[in-house]
Design a binder for this molecule. Structure first.
Ligand code: AMP
Ligand code: GLY
Length: 427
């Protein structure tokens, strides 16, 4: 058919959403704002930023967009869904109020406490002196979480008391991310996993499970990043674990949000940990995970346009089917990421990979070379911290890993690094 869809965002997550939408027979035309050099092969890129909510709404009205799908949390926290809905537009994502589950750690912790959802013990502080006093009375490590959006950099696990003091100073006195509060919580241990669900009020439909790799370097060392690789499915999560996660965590939280007067519509992402004391919540996000989406959506066999429509319109959801194939993806990031990095480095070898049926390359931060810049392939250059997510498919995770790694080695760029140990926990 001929539905027109607008995807808001421009990273690997949006590339995977665009890719899934392009498999729907109902979708005739896809726009992506702002998109990137990889997305441009499957969608018409619109030069609007994800935060230009008013302009995006005008674009959707002018172009008779049937459905808008939102990728990044920034747009959601700005209230893009409320804005579109008040103009009578169909949009997939939570309202600004429901998106608070991600934008405020304190809100999320209070919600979990109220509805009995298992998570680490915590306290919230605005005052630097009181926060330092609390840490002093605790054994290390503790987890410090800035109460607001901080582009994945608002969580720090200091090794020493001095380091904790420095970070609290930056967050509470120097307002590194803006004026705010800090949640201090107990340090938990165990494997983490991502349970993303399509949610329509109290109705919760799980996606295939995946696991991210948050640390920058091999052996899970180095600073926290947005994620350096992922895979799906997860052999270490049992059916009982899954049932517990749905019945004790995802469904009560969705029901809690309804009761609090901010029903959730969209993707609710549970960042969960399998601790020795059971499964506990590390964080909630109000959107698809990145890079998890790049390994989960390629396994989706159902029509994603139908799924989005069921949530947006509140109509019954058909059974969601997942392929038995395993996926594993390696993020290729700019040297220096998650700290300072340079952009504009030529990427070669992508054309050769586009014919490989066992591999899919999602672009996270790429652009077309500017005028005067000599490049091979289609003139694609690095344009972000995380640049590419190279996903391999296989009968099992080992095969998916091998396919992806081989493909990663074929990408030729002088300024990219990656972790070779993605999937170490299961291989
Ligand atoms: P978040 O942004 O809340 O997901 O935190 C980023 C990362 O910090 C998580 O993926 C965990 O690896 C780690 N982390 C957060 N909270 C805790 C905790 N309570 N115990 C141990 N690690 C944590
Ligand atoms: N991969 C973690 C996130 O999307 O927040």
């Amino acid at each position: 058919m001929d539905k027109k869809v607008l995807v808001v965002g421009g990273g690997g997550r949006c590339h995977a959403i665009v890719d899934a939408l392009s498999r729907s027979p109902k979708v005739g035309k896809i726009y992506c704002a702002p998109g990137n050099a990889g997305i441009a092969a499957q969608a018409e890129c619109v030069p609007l930023k994800d935060t230009q909510v008013g302009e995006l709404k005008e674009f959707a009205l002018d172009n008779a967009i049937d459905l808008t799908v939102v990728g990044p949390e920034a747009s959601l926290a700005l209230g893009i869904v409320d804005e579109f809905e008040s103009a009578g537009l169909r949009i997939f994502g939570p309202s600004k109020a429901a998106a608070t589950i991600e934008s405020s750690k304190d809100f999320a912790k209070r919600l979990m406490a109220k509805y009995g959802v298992p998570t680490a013990a915590y306290e919230t502080f605005e005052d630097y002196g009181k926060a330092v006093e609390y840490v002093r009375g605790h054994s290390m490590p503790v987890v410090l979480k800035y109460d607001g959006l901080a582009a994945g950099k608002g969580v720090v696990i200091p090794d020493t008391f001095t380091e904790a003091e420095t970070i609290l100073r930056e967050m509470l006195l120097d307002d590194m991310f803006g004026k705010g509060k800090v949640v201090i919580e107990d340090f938990l241990t165990g494997p983490e996993f991502s349970l993303m669900c399509f949610v329509d009020g109290e109705k919760v439909y799980p996606m295939a499970l995946s696991q991210d790799h948050k640390r920058a370097y091999e052996g899970d060392r180095g600073p926290n990043t947005g994620g350096m690789g992922a895979y799906s499915p997860l052999p270490f999560i049992t059916d009982e674990d899954m049932e517990y996660s749905m019945e004790k965590i995802m469904k009560p939280v969705a029901a809690g949000l309804v009761r609090e007067g901010c029903p959730f519509k969209g993707v609710l992402y549970g960042g969960l940990m399998k601790t020795p004391d059971g499964i506990k919540v590390i964080e909630f996000n109000c959107r698809f995970g990145d890079p998890e989406t790049e390994v989960v959506l390629p396994r989706l066999e159902s029509d994603i346009y139908d799924i989005f429509s069921s949530v947006v319109d509140g109509t019954p959801m058909s059974e969601i089917r997942w392929s038995g194939r395993a996926t594993m993806g390696f993020v290729m990031a700019s040297e220096g990421y998650p700290g300072h990095y340079d952009k504009g480095f030529e990427i070669k070898g992508l054309d050769a990979l586009s014919d490989n049926q066992d591999v899919r390359v999602y672009h996270m931060g790429t652009a077309f070379a500017g005028p005067g810049q000599e490049t091979a392939d289609n003139g694609i250059v690095t344009a972000g911290g995380r640049v590419l997510m190279v996903v391999g498919f296989g009968r099992d995770l080992q095969e998916a890993h091998d396919k992806a790694l081989k493909a990663v080695e074929q990408v030729d760029c002088s300024n990219l690094f990656y972790r070779r140990d993605i999937g170490w926990r299961v291989l």
